[in-house]
Design a protein around this ligand. Structure first.
Ligand code: ZN
Length: 205
């Protein structure tokens, strides 16, 4: 089989005075999600699902907690890096499915818009992205947002497809430079890719 699957999960606590960013959108809400970056719980879960699908580590192995470069960073950068890793491994997205778990705000009114944005960030068609949301019934987690994500990927065989995938990535000009720098710093280290990555359980991204 030329398909692989990846799973990602993330959680962030709500915090007053912070903009709420979920799925690449800014949502109207009195509190946002605390994090070193913009705290976009959905993009972080999808990033980990994509990295996991090609066994490329996790978000913390690329964006170590405490690195000043990622303070308040747009999480689209993390997603972009995962897409680069996916392309590097010779795979593309078949579909991505997500479930947000949060008490408020209600996601259903903006799920459609969020789906469009996530598909755009991933460079895939709308029908390849699913966004669902539940409330954390009985968990006592009303001040936390969680997201679960799975990604199915398939090996790219056609050279034209690879070029098309690269073209999609190249349209995200504003993210390119920072990702290039990052990839150079990661891949420039000899044998780094062959070593077992040290996973940091402290997720501050
Ligand atoms: Zn996160």
């Amino acid at each position: 089989m030329d398909t692989r699957i990846g799973f990602g999960w993330d959680s962030h606590a709500f915090k007053p005075g912070v903009a709420l960013r979920i799925g690449g959108l800014t949502l109207e809400h009195p509190e946002g999600l605390a994090g070193h970056s913009d705290g976009d719980v959905l993009l972080h879960a999808v990033t980990d699902a994509l990295l996991g699908a090609v066994a490329a580590g996790d978000i913390g192995s690329f964006f170590p907690p405490g690195d000043a470069r990622w303070k308040d960073a747009d999480s689209a950068i993390f997603l972009q890096l995962a897409l680069e890793e996916l392309s590097h491994a010779g795979y593309r997205i078949v579909n991505v499915d997500t479930t947000l778990v949060l008490a408020a705000p209600k996601i259903s009114p903006i799920a459609g818009e969020m789906r469009v944005r996530v598909a755009e960030l991933l460079g895939v068609e709308l029908e390849q992205v699913s966004i669902k949301a539940k409330t954390p019934e009985g968990l006592g987690l009303d001040h936390v947002a969680q997201c679960h994500a799975v990604a199915l990927v398939e090996r790219v065989r056609d050279e034209d497809d690879r070029k098309r995938m690269s073209a999609v990535i190249e349209t995200q000009k504003q993210l390119e430079d920072v990702v290039d720098d990052l990839l150079a710093s990661v891949h420039g280290v000899p044998k780094r890719r062959n070593e077992a990555p040290v996973y940091d359980t402290e997720d501050l991204t």
